[in-house]
Design a protein around this ligand. Sequence first.
Ligand code: ZN
Length: 411
Amino acid sequence: MQISKEQLTLVNDRIQALLKSGSFYGKKLAEAGISSVSSPEEFCKLPFSEKNDLREAYPLGLMTAPEEEIVRIHSSSGTTGTPVIIPYTQKDVDDWATMFARCYEVAGITKKDRIHITPGYGLWTAGIGFQLGCEKLGAMAIPMGPGNTEKQLEMMQSLGSTVLCSTSSYALLLTEEIEKRGIRDKIKLKKGVIGSERWSDKMRARIHDGLGIELYDIYGLTEIYGPGIGINCEHNTGMHIWDDFIYLEIIDPQTGEPVPDGDFGEIVITTLVKEGAPLIRYRTHDLSRIIPGECPCGRHYPRIDVIQGRTDDMMKIKGVNVFPKQIEEVLANFSEISSEYQIRISHLDGKDTMRIYVETNGSVDFNGLSKRIAEQVKSRIGFTPIVKVVEIGVLPRSMKKTARVIDERYD
Ligand code: ZN
């Protein structure tokens, strides 16, 4: 998906703004001797932006618009090290709201909906983004934030929430709690808008069937506005990306070269109209692919596949590169296990070992199942894991994102 002429013009505008401001990336461009790009080929040679560089710009080094035009900041929570601070102008906030409202519209959500928002509010962009889009659309926001499942279910029933916004982990937890309490007929939910955490088809089916709702994947990251830069439509053939606001490329994470449309690789994003902190070729570390061709819905916005994981999720075990998604695809063939699993990697007696924990109910022969799963995983990734079968409900459920891979080798 080559960058268009119109998009190149916008990129050039952003390059000028960066250079003029002398901000962190303005200086980098000046040092690299870049003053404009004239062709798609030239664009592909522009240097990448990296999260680690963004940290160097802490606190306000990324600020590219004059301070009097900055109306707020957001911050991406680094689990390690310095956070990244992203300044927004009013136009950035408005553009974000426009994109997010478009997401809701594509999901068939209207002014008459009551949107139950469970992602957190605060420095990061989650809850507040879902709310911005909701208000822009004209629907009713129910700004719950995370946690307190009892209260969530109470409000959901009394207010008749029709749309659930959450992570997939929390949607699963709510599904199980609603079933446990036998209150499914008191819940009015019709749709779920789920943050772009990697989740399996099995988990999707569990939430879809358990709550009887249509599910939509929404994509985004704090460095680039926040959630809301793309969503899947009713045909569920990947997420449409708003290419009037951002340009998205897929590259080979090892070489940095673009890959052909349809091939998996790392998502790289350029903001086309952002003022507070424009980013050129930002490496997201999210893995996906561009879906070639047109969507049956007739929208011309390009599409990407659901997020397959993070480039940093790649596990090197016994010299083999393994992605959690590969294990997940094998597990999907076993109808007797739940959607939850956990992978633990450790180093024992000079050898790497991989243990996979799965859940099933008491009527299944644990040993036989464990053997069958181990055989299929071996044929997929080349070595035999240890498969441990446990009762349903034993593996942890979480309000935010569930840790599925635990690498104990470097503790
Ligand atoms: Zn579509």
